[in-house]
Write a protein that binds this ligand. Structure first.
Ligand code: CMP
Length: 136
């Protein structure tokens, strides 16, 4: 049975700054993802705090929110069979140093903070995160 899902992906400021957005989008397309919605925006810090609210008790929360709101990002809705898991596999481990060969974070990530890309970690969070950027 088919299980087409949507997931949210964000190309983070470190990657947009290095003009990697088109390259990263073409990786998604070549891997069979459809980019059904996208927008290039700069968040206010308060928006980033809302987006990353699940991490609010973590020691890195403030830096994380400062960082996500520090420059342009590209938010995208990606669609594919089992998109949530497929996207997480393609991104690789959170820390680029630990990410597997061939993954986006291995290829483009600079550090655990500047890891180039975010992806929803579950189908439930994908719905929340898609609404965050694209609910009109
Ligand atoms: P992301 O998938 O966008 O979700 C939360 C982000 O927090 C994560 O990517 C990392 O960039 C960042 N981060 C910073 N420090 C840590 C840490 N120690 N563990 C997990 N994530 C971290």
């Amino acid at each position: 049975m088919s299980n087409v899902e949507q997931t949210l992906s964000i190309i983070k400021p470190d990657a947009v700054e290095r003009n990697l957005d088109d390259k990263i989008k073409s990786v998604f397309i070549n891997k069979g993802f459809k980019i059904v919605k996208e927008k290039k925006i700069k968040l206010e810090k308060e928006d980033a705090e809302k987006f990353y609210k699940v991490h609010e008790t973590k020691p890195f929360y403030n830096d994380l929110c400062e960082y996500l709101s520090s420059g342009l990002i590209v938010a995208m809705v990606l669609e594919k069979e089992d998109a949530v898991l497929a996207n997480r596999k393609l991104m690789g481990a959170t820390d680029p140093k630990k990410a597997e060969e061939g993954t986006l974070r291995k290829q483009f990530g600079i550090s655990i903070d500047k890891n180039s890309i975010h992806g929803s970690d579950s189908i439930n969070n994908s719905k929340i995160e898609i609404d965050f950027f694209f609910k009109d």
